[in-house]
Design a protein around this ligand. Structure first.
Ligand code: NAP
Length: 246
């Protein structure tokens, strides 16, 4: 159980982040639901947690903004006194073929998916070092391991997240802080709902378990990595992909 733990989940207004926030709260953590644009939906997630007897709050912050993340993390420390779990889930796609990809589509994806994770770890790890404990979970993707045509920016950002995870795990291990990544495959959320049926059909044919994953499947993995049971696991990439990539 996560009773008394303070958890931050970035990009928790919908999709995988929402499921993680709800799961951690159901296990007893107080969850800070981060969002950028979807305030009403973040408030709905908070209300759903409270309705189940859990504890949650919301905080708007663009994770790609370094000083914004500094203010966000300091707000959490000032309000709650500690940070036990940090889930870097916020992410975007700006798909396109490499030869046609704009500079801004490349930069935006790297800034949100990779730099965003660096920004929060940069400020939260100082508090975790003081506590001599902490759990950091970064959302990677199978495409960060396998690559994917049309997603050079996204695949690069997720491969970067894996490198960041492994480096941070080595830096922070001596103070009892674990850092792991989750690499989801094809999960049914708004991010994947926009893909053409042809792409979805091709994707499902590459999944040995034969079905798309659900946000709860990823949330279960995050809850495990956040738990005491995972205390001897760090620097790892846990695939939640129905067997897509090994
Ligand atoms: P989603 O439904 O599109 O939700 C994305 C979330 O990220 C939203 O809550 C959004 O909040 C937030 N976000 C986006 N930009 C942000 C920013 N700059 N600052 C703060 N929050 C921001 O996506 P999802 O499918 O749940 O994906 C969640 C994570 O899993 C992402 O990192 C994604 O790359 C990864 N992933 C997903 C899949 C999949 O198949 N779905 C597979 C592999 C990996 P606002 O709307 O409030 O901005």
């Amino acid at each position: 159980m996560l009773n008394g733990k303070i958890a931050i989940v970035t990009g928790a207004s919908r999709g995988i982040g929402k499921a993680i926030a709800q799961k951690l709260a159901a296990r007893g953590a107080t969850v800070i639901i981060n969002y950028n644009g979807s305030e009403a939906r973040a408030l709905e997630v908070k209300a759903s947690i409270k309705a189940e007897g859990g504890s949650a709050d919301v905080y708007r912050c663009d994770v790609s903004d370094f000083s914004g993340c500094e203010a966000f993390i300091h707000h959490v420390i000032k309000t709650y006194g500690r940070i036990d779990i940090l889930v870097n889930n916020a992410g975007i796609t700006r798909d396109g073929l490499l030869m046609k990809m704009s500079e801004s589509d490349f930069d935006q994806v790297i800034s949100t998916n990779l730099k965003g994770a660096f920004n929060t770890i940069r400020f939260a790890s100082r508090q975790m070092l003081k506590q001599r404990s902490g759990r950091i979970i970064n959302m990677a993707s199978v495409v960060g391991v396998s690559g994917n045509a049309g997603q050079a920016n996204y695949a690069a950002s997720k491969a970067g997240v894996i490198g960041l995870t492994k480096a941070a795990a080595k830096e922070l291990a001596s103070r009892g802080i674990t850092v792991n990544a989750i690499a989801p495959g094809f999960i049914e959320t708004e991010m994947t709902a926009v893909l053409p049926d042809k792409v979805k059909e091709s994707a499902v044919s590459q999944i040995p378990l034969g079905i798309f994953g659900q946000p709860e499947d990823v949330a279960n993995a995050a809850a495990f990595l956040a738990s005491d049971e995972a205390c001897y696991i760090t620097g790892q990439v846990l695939h939640v992909d129905g067997g897509m990539v090994s």
